[in-house]
Design a protein around this ligand. Structure first.
Ligand code: ZN
Length: 202
């Protein structure tokens, strides 16, 4: 029995869309057809925006936040408090903290958290860079650990406190109340503000 399917190029497009987070096979098909047929769709502009963003955006060598050839909006900001350094797992977690207005210091994005089960070791994270940053600071730094409250986040926080011990810094941890394992990006402004205000020595 003959079977009809989309042309191969459409199948490839659906296959790429299916790889996106939260997009199942049905949604991928719907999005592909919408992109190809809907008059409001701008698939070529979308492709160009993707290409430009992917080639332009890099990781800031100092803090790990999103940077471009014109620099890093966090590190280049001279109005920030150099004596406070907030450590997050992922660069996207800087944004909810910034929106909450609870913190006006610098950031350090680790690029993940320690996870022996997933073979993520200290060498895979930007921990050496963090220690060098703290050591290079001319004044004492408060290192605010804003890593997750799940098992891996706690292990990461303990490890960081160990390697920073004796360095020119005070290590604090955000107050509990953040969703365990949910990540900072899902926390509301008030929760984040309270978590910053209630941070404790760690
Ligand atoms: Zn930076």
């Amino acid at each position: 029995m003959a079977r009809v399917d989309y042309p191969g190029v459409v199948g490839e497009l659906i296959g790429e869309l299916k790889r996106l987070p939260g997009v199942g096979p049905r949604s991928a098909e719907r999005i592909a057809i919408w992109l190809l047929q809907n008059e409001r769709a701008n698939p070529l502009e979308l492709a160009a925006a993707l290409h430009t963003a992917k080639t332009e955006v890099r990781s800031c060598p100092l803090c790990g936040f999103f940077a471009t050839s014109t620099g890093c909006s966090v590190c280049d900001d001279t109005r920030r408090d150099d004596a406070r350094l907030c450590v997050v797992e992922q660069p996207a977690e800087v944004l909810p903290i910034e929106r909450s207005g609870a913190f006006n210091g610098r950031y350090h994005c680790l690029g993940g958290k320690l996870s022996p089960l997933d073979n993520v070791t200290p060498e895979d994270l930007r921990i050496g860079e963090l220690v060098r940053r703290v050591s290079a600071s001319p004044e004492p730094v408060e290192v605010v650990l804003a890593v997750g409250a799940d098992v891996e986040g706690e292990a990461t926080a303990s490890y960081l406190a160990d390697v920073l011990r004796g360095k020119n810094c005070q290590v604090t941890r955000l107050a509990q109340g953040l969703p365990a394992g949910g990540g900072l990006e899902f926390a509301d402004d008030l929760t984040l503000t309270r978590a910053f205000e209630g941070r404790k020595n760690f």
